[in-house]
Design a protein around this ligand. Sequence first.
Ligand code: HEC
Length: 132
Amino acid sequence: MNGKLAIVAAMATILLLAACERQEKAATAEKKLLPPAGFVADAGVGERLFRAHCARCHGPGAMGSDQGPPLVHSVYRPAHHADLAFYWAVKDGVRQHHWHFGDMPAIKGLSAEDVANIIAYVRAEQRKNGIR
Ligand code: HEC
């Protein structure tokens, strides 16, 4: 009986440890998705990053191209696509759902801070064009 109890206890411990590890991994992924609290994004830096990593599909000034939709578009206003949608889009890519350009691939090599700067740039362009 004691032997069985010991086995059950050992199994429970293993399950608990596995669950903790999974949670830790999720927390790390979340940390990398978003910049640290208090990070101040720079739209000027974001513009350069946008040109290098996004403009070939989303077009100069985020106005769209034959490879991807404009992000300066009311579909992407903050109330409809919050900043989190941008972080996820860059990290995991996007399945075609609003348009007919195909899927967006995940964009490698950008930090959470880089994406925050890009978002600041896109939001500024949206506001310039009356999209709020
Ligand atoms: C290879 C082409 C391509 C590149 C490069 C690209 N995108 Fe996209 N992106 C797309 C397409 C196509 C869609 C539209 C998918 C749909 O809704 O049909 C899209 C959609 C999005 C969306 C909307 C996500 C949603 O939840 O609907 C965001 C935000 C976005 N892109 C941001 C970016 C940013 C920021 C970059 C640069 C770091 C970038 N994209 C680079 C092709 C691209």
